[in-house]
Design a protein around this ligand. Sequence first.
Ligand code: TYD
Ligand code: MG
Length: 453
Amino acid sequence: MTKIQTKYVCQSCGYVSPRWVGKCPSCNEWNTFVEEVSTPLKVSKKPAGAASNIEPVPLEDLETEDVPRVKTNINEFDRVLGGGLVPGSLILLGGDPGIGKSTLMMQMALKLQGQIILYITGEESVRQIKLRAERLHGERTKSILLLAETNLDLILNVIERGTPDLIIVDSIQTMYRPGLESAPGSVSQVRESTALLLRLAKTQGIPIFVVGHVTKEGVIAGPRVIEHMVDTVLQFEGEAHYAYRILRALKNRYGSTNEIGIFEMHEDGLQEVKNPSEAFLSERRYGTSGSTVVSSIEGTRPILIEVQALVTPTSYGMPQRNTTGFDYRRLSLLLAVLEKRVGLHLGTQDVFVNIAGGVKIDEPAVDLGIAASIASSLRDIPVDSSTVAVGEIGLGGEIRTIGHVEKRIQEAAKLGFKRIVIPHNNLKGIKGQDGIDIVGVQSVNEAIQQLLG
Ligand code: TYD
Ligand code: MG
């Protein structure tokens, strides 16, 4: 008889302990251990007959052919995937609850005409899915099959009877294998379910999407444990109160992880944002202080975004610092540089920084824009509205070299900006651009003089 073992598994990182502990020694989370029962697998010492004949293949002899890809017909989506869906790939789509994962999946299914798609749902009823599909105004189609089931063994049975061209599993946290004793959503269940789907994808050559919820720490599926098993990890993100959604590839065995797709959530589903700079600048107000346009490289594309700052005298006690879409610690650093190198008195001021449109930027090239907005708001002088500012700020108040300057200049010129302020060291070797003045600056002081006039 096989011995049944009890172990305790951290639901956050997958660390296994023989007894219950309050704090995980691996990821330092509290109260994440859950009891899981497992029957150990028997590994036979003697290799089975067939398995002993395996041979390695010389790399030279391998034929390469272009991976055939299936286009999803959503350009932004195809770009993030690296040009379309690869047969037999397992793709994890993660994101906060309510961000639009199920919507994106259904919209893709509706666009993939002529392919049999099996949509397995463990979260909603088939009626709810029908209602969503109607809202999305997809063409009527018989090729999307819905299955409201969470028992993977039963699901496998269905798949064996009629092989679909694409499978969507929404979500992996609701799926379970009856052979395992732990609850759906636990590390063991999620891991086992993913392993099963991985085998299915590889043996049948079917692309499979698994939807996973991000927990509050921003980790997909609570347990990080399945990110390494899948071929592609996509993350769908955005602020709940804004319409913009950004799709990123965090890992992609079939393409680059540099690309992002930008969508806007509408009444009737997600719409691709073809010209993000225009969209992000559409609500800009001219002539008010505390606003600067920066150029941030998202993926491989430059995007112009407005960064805003509001600086007001502190009314009680401690001055407040608040950021939306920008790193809090980076703001503290910029404030210290402005205080020491430019002589701005910010110690008695509340400072609020906001990236318009609900996007997050963590690129150092936006430093200069943030600093300019803060100086502009403090002095109540608007930044010239036909100027874009880019540059990383060093602790000495120097403006440091950034990447992809030409692309940023081109995008600014394309959108009709008259001037762009860039790091002085970036001036070398760049070609000018018609219709836009390029100004190189060496220090924050100099940059602020240029921008605030
Ligand atoms: P959903 O795809 O269910 O999110 P997830 O699967 O990531 O949890 O969609 C979430 C939100 O999107 C929901 O609050 C309603 C909104 N929504 C629209 O605004 N327009 C639409 O066409 C659809 C289908 C949803
Ligand atoms: Mg959903």
